[in-house]
Design a protein around this ligand. Structure first.
Ligand SMILES: [Zn+2]
Length: 403
């Protein structure tokens, strides 16, 4: 394959998760069994060090109708408030400065800027239903794919003080056109905030379920820097955050910008980043392969003793885990959700039905697929656990809460 970042042909297959449906393809009853499957393979580029998928499911297939909503979890809302607060202070953002969120979802991040007096904001979100929710929350929103062409049409002469890209940079099929669009419209004293799931954490915590078709790239600081360098963009600040099982928030500016002085926390993280090399990625892949089967065996044991197992939540990433481990509707009776857009549908490939979370319908065991929000979920369910329901947390080690 040709590297998405540097076009090198020197790439190597690291982990093959088999053929899987794209994991936000929640199925209506009529579509069960007809869902298309695509190769899910993680590759490494020997030239720019980027971890990436080789197969691209077209963005029009995956993103036009997606139903992930940031505003669903309080942890994310709090996190976004803190991010906005820090950036407004660090970059002295004034009420008239333009703040643009790339793939700003339901507007959750920009609302936090509005709350702090920054009202010249714009969300560019490609999913129709999600951008409608953003608009209804009072966030100016354009339904569009962000790229160079979109920037010219939507922004015109306006230039941007702060670009936010949370949880989108690894989605980008048009990687280079997106960065080109940012560089084209960024003010000289402007800043780009990129929040991405950190490949280092994926390796440390064995979070292989963050690998799915929507996530085309898995960055370290070095591979992200290598991507940005040809555009004259540099990381000058970065820190680690526990959000989404382990993310890095990187702050990026034009090389010649006065902001471009490397912070201590960035340099420290960069030092740690050097440990995530090809060897570390190979060990990660070996460990994932070795785990295949262990969770399934645990669930089979529970099932044989006539206990019920529900999945708690139906996050996209849960499908990578279920499908790679071969866990389906014969082991897990249902997945309970609060997201109305998912309720009534079925999980792709495992064909587990998604139903509404109800207090009068408790299983013996919940399999916690949203394990990145484990703390929040366990706390919220203290009374459920007190009544005897146990929670199975699959990562980083299989752990059962409540027994
Ligand atoms: Zn490369």
């Amino acid at each position: 394959m040709k590297c998405r970042s540097c076009s090198s042909e020197k790439t190597e297959l690291i982990l093959d998760l088999g053929e899987q449906p794209w994991c936000n393809d929640f199925l209506s009853a009529e579509r069960v069994g007809t869902e298309p499957k695509y190769p899910l393979r993680l590759n490494y580029c020997h030239d720019c060090e980027l971890l990436q998928l080789d197969h691209t499911v077209p963005k029009e297939t995956m993103f036009e109708d997606h139903c992930y909503l940031s505003g669903m979890t309080q942890t994310l809302k709090n996190h976004f408030y803190e991010v906005a607060e820090e950036n407004i202070a660090q970059f002295n953002i004034q009420p008239g400065d333009l703040v643009v969120d790339i793939g700003g979802n339901d507007g959750t991040q920009l609302i936090q800027y509005q709350k702090q007096g920054i009202h010249n904001v714009l969300n560019i979100e490609c999913a129709e239903r999600v951008s409608q929710i953003s608009r209804e929350s009072g966030v100016p929103t354009e339904t569009d794919y962000f790229n160079r062409d979109c920037v010219e049409r939507r922004l015109g002469e306006r230039s941007v003080k702060l670009y936010n890209a949370s949880g989108v940079f690894f989605h980008l099929e048009e990687l280079h056109s997106v960065i080109d669009g940012i560089q084209f419209s960024l003010r000289e004293d402007g800043v780009l905030i990129v929040q991405f799931m950190y490949a280092g954490t994926m390796v440390e915590k064995l979070n292989f379920d963050t690998i799915y078709h929507e996530h085309l790239c898995y960055y370290t600081l070095r591979s992200l820097s290598n991507l940005l360098a040809p555009y004259g963009l540099e990381i000058f600040d970065a820190y680690y955050s526990e959000i989404h099982s382990g993310s890095v928030i990187a702050k990026i500016c034009l090389s010649q910008s006065s902001l471009n002085s490397k912070t201590q926390r960035y340099l420290e993280l960069l030092e740690k980043d050097k440990g995530y090399t090809l060897d570390a990625f190979k060990v990660f892949a070996d460990t994932v392969r070795a785990r295949q089967g262990s969770l399934r065996t645990l669930l089979e044991g529970i099932k044989t003793s006539n206990k019920t197992i529900y999945a708690y939540g139906a996050p996209a990433k849960g499908n990578t885990l279920l499908n790679y481990f071969g866990i389906d509707h014969t082991l897990v009776d249902k997945a309970v959700e609060i997201n109305q857009m998912k309720i009534g549908n079925y999980l792709p490939q495992s064909h587990i039905p998604i139903t509404e979370e109800r207090e009068d319908d408790m299983p013996d065991y919940y399999l916690l697929l949203s394990h990145n929000f484990a703390e929040e979920i366990i706390k919220k369910n203290e009374s459920v656990i007190a009544q005897g329901t146990k929670f199975i947390i699959p990562f980083p080690e299989v752990e059962i809460v409540g027994q």
